[in-house]
Write a protein that binds this ligand. Sequence first.
Ligand SMILES: [Fe+2]
Ligand SMILES: [Fe+2]
Length: 253
Amino acid sequence: MTDTMSLSRRADALEEKMAQELEYLVVKSRLHMLAEADMGPPPNAGALMKRNPNLRVLMGDDPRLPAMPEKPTLIDFFKYRFGNSMHLLQSAHHARKAGLPEKMVLACLLHDIAVLGFIRGDHGYWGAQLVEPYVEEEVTWAIRAHQVLRFYPDEAVGYEYPQAYVALFGADYRPDPYVDEDYKRMRHHKWYMSGRQITMNDIYSFDPDLHVELDEFTDVIGRNFRQPSQGLGFDNSPVAHMWRAMIRPAKYL
Ligand SMILES: [Fe+2]
Ligand SMILES: [Fe+2]
């Protein structure tokens, strides 16, 4: 009996300790447990460790993520870093079926890469910046513009304000003033229709029954994306650090 009670008390104590460490534990369990050796306590951090025994720092590869090749290509990011990319594949598929030029098929294939690998808010701006050194100026312009244009209908080409946004943001939602200003600039730009094309292939591209393989676009990527020989993240471009952030997203410093 005493043994049982002490066991149950010990279980309580353990549970309390676990609750205190919840954030740490949730992260650990969600990512399927780390080998402590892979993400160990910081060396020579005695005082820090006393205050926070769970302190962990990560300066190398993240053991929770698939290893990346030394010289990663765009396709490696699709395979090893981006989440489910079916939305992008379907968008590119639609663009190709609609007979758009190859560079626009690529623009549709890449239009949401910031959402998949980096950040959601302002993802058109981030995504355009990520690919800017490697694609034609029109492609990066169109990716940036899709962020803005999707909030504005264009009846002439049959683009309506997305019902999904009414459901998500409410009927009263208005884009931020900077989006409005960008719209006015983009509306009369020579590449307006390229940005608009992304929004048109975007809206209709969620199809649970349409399976598209990345392989179908290997040639489009090869001809329209200037893959740096040193690998994305290591070519000393103005955006290399952004690709490195996707390779090691939890790097401590
Ligand atoms: Fe988007
Ligand atoms: Fe999209």
